[in-house]
Write a protein that binds this ligand. Structure first.
Ligand SMILES: C[S@@+](CC[C@H](N)C(=O)[O-])C[C@H]1O[C@@H](n2cnc3c(N)ncnc32)[C@H](O)[C@@H]1O
Length: 205
């Protein structure tokens, strides 16, 4: 077994606490740092499988608010609660996005979505950047004014442009790498808080 595959402290802790993936502690760190999630919120979880982030949000909400989640894969959690909706599908699919939009607007959009890696860093970071663009498009559409977005990004050339886009649409935007990310991982999270109201459309002549 390589060092990468060896279950570490966080993997063992996740198993003990009933989470299918150690990534849950990245969300816990994001919450400690930014205090994004509050009781009663409507939340969207993009790239949700196997379901650790969704389970953490549902445990936090304790039946209040609402969580929508989407992933290409099935979830490995059982969450039969009336405040939860999961759709198996592609975040780029307009029919999937329509289902998610119908359950909005959201106060918080979370994305831990990541492409399958090819080993070619140009391809992988390009695909990750496209996912973040798509998540920001969804946030433009479904996120309520004042809301926040978190999106995972494989660090490549596009971080600056994505943060510039976020700074235009949010009161604050920055990158944050949780300590629980594996040391060899090249991922970070872009966090935008305080979504600005869209500029009013100019009146028709
Ligand atoms: C790191 S995993 C997410 C882990 C999850 N946050 C958890 O805690 O259990 C990344 C997920 O992104 C999903 N994903 C990648 N591309 C996607 C797409 N186009 N549409 C929907 N999900 C996608 C993958 O299927 C994968 O399950």
């Amino acid at each position: 077994m390589s060092g990468y595959e060896k279950p570490d402290h966080w993997t063992l802790k996740a198993k003990k606490e009933g989470y299918p993936a150690r990534s849950v502690y990245k969300l816990a760190e994001l919450q400690d740092k930014f205090g994004l999630l509050k009781a009663g919120m409507r939340v969207l979880d993009v790239g949700a499988a196997p379901g650790s982030w969704s389970l953490w949000v549902l445990r936090f909400l304790k039946g209040s608010g609402f969580l929508s989640a989407v992933d290409l894969q099935k979830l490995a959690i059982s969450a039969p609660t009336p405040n939860f909706f999961f759709i198996q599908g592609d975040l780029y699919d307009p029919a999937v996005r329509a289902e998610l939009a119908a359950r909005g607007p959201y106060d918080l959009v979370l994305s831990d979505a990541a492409p399958s890696t090819t080993g070619n860093s140009t391809v992988d970071t390009g695909r990750s950047e496209s996912i973040v663009e798509a998540v920001l498009d969804m946030a433009d559409e479904f996120l309520a004014p004042g809301g926040a977005v978190v999106a995972k990004l494989f660090i490549g050339g596009g971080e600056r442009e994505l943060l510039d886009r976020m700074k235009a649409g949010y009161a604050a935007a920055r990158g944050f790498k949780p300590k629980t990310c594996r040391s060899e991982s090249f991922e970070t999270y872009l966090v935008g808080t305080g979504k600005r109201r869209p500029a009013p459309r100019p009146a028709a002549p």
